[in-house]
Design a protein around this ligand. Structure first.
Ligand SMILES: [Zn+2]
Length: 185
């Protein structure tokens, strides 16, 4: 079936879907955090990222310092949590792509994934622990496992702070960030 929208219009429509879609997922996680009495988080706190490597040339305006607003930030534990929509971030299980404008969507989702990786890496460089949760990890069936992952992340960060463990160790405690779907298949 041909798309009823022009690519530009489709893009605008989908960007609206994106914001509401992600908001719904964030609300779900928020409800879970409240239900489990997990506190100490804030939503969309703006965090600085390391400046880009390329130096500004003489006479050029200094580039603005990059920042990111993770979906949830546990500031004390320096844990940033992102809830990634299955469509927009290309979840391996739910990576359906509209048939129309295939190349456009492939490129767009590839760019999103690249940005995700970049942001994760940049935050870790500045001492943050990063937890990325798929939208589908918040379904009723997956909730318990996902909240376990979150608690372990919070716990290992706290232990790491107390024992002053090297950050690489703390990070490896969080890995593998295996997609939770695999076992449920
Ligand atoms: Zn998914």
């Amino acid at each position: 079936m041909p798309d009823v929208f022009t690519p530009a219009k489709r893009s605008a429509v989908m960007s609206l879907i994106r914001s509401t879609g992600n908001a719904a997922t964030e609300l779900r996680l928020m409800a879970l955090l409240r239900a489990q009495k997990i506190t100490g988080w804030r939503r969309h706190l703006s965090l600085p990222l390391p400046p880009p490597k390329a130096k500004a040339r003489v006479g050029e305006k200094k580039p603005r310092k990059p920042r990111v607003r993770p979906d949830f930030v546990f500031r004390q534990q320096r844990l940033a949590v992102f809830v990634d929509g299955c469509f927009w971030h290309g979840c391996p299980r739910h990576a359906t792509r509209p048939r129309q404008n295939r190349q456009f969507w492939d490129d767009k989702i590839t760019r999103n994934r690249q940005r995700d990786r970049h942001v994760t890496r940049a935050l870790r460089q500045t001492g943050w622990t990063v937890l990325r949760l798929w939208e589908c990890a918040l379904t009723f069936k997956q909730q318990a496992r996902t909240m376990g992952r979150l608690r372990r992340a919070l716990g290992s960060v706290e232990r790491g702070l107390q024992s002053a463990a090297p950050r690489s160790k703390r990070r490896s405690a969080l890995l593998p960030a295996a997609p939770t779907h695999r076992e449920s298949a």
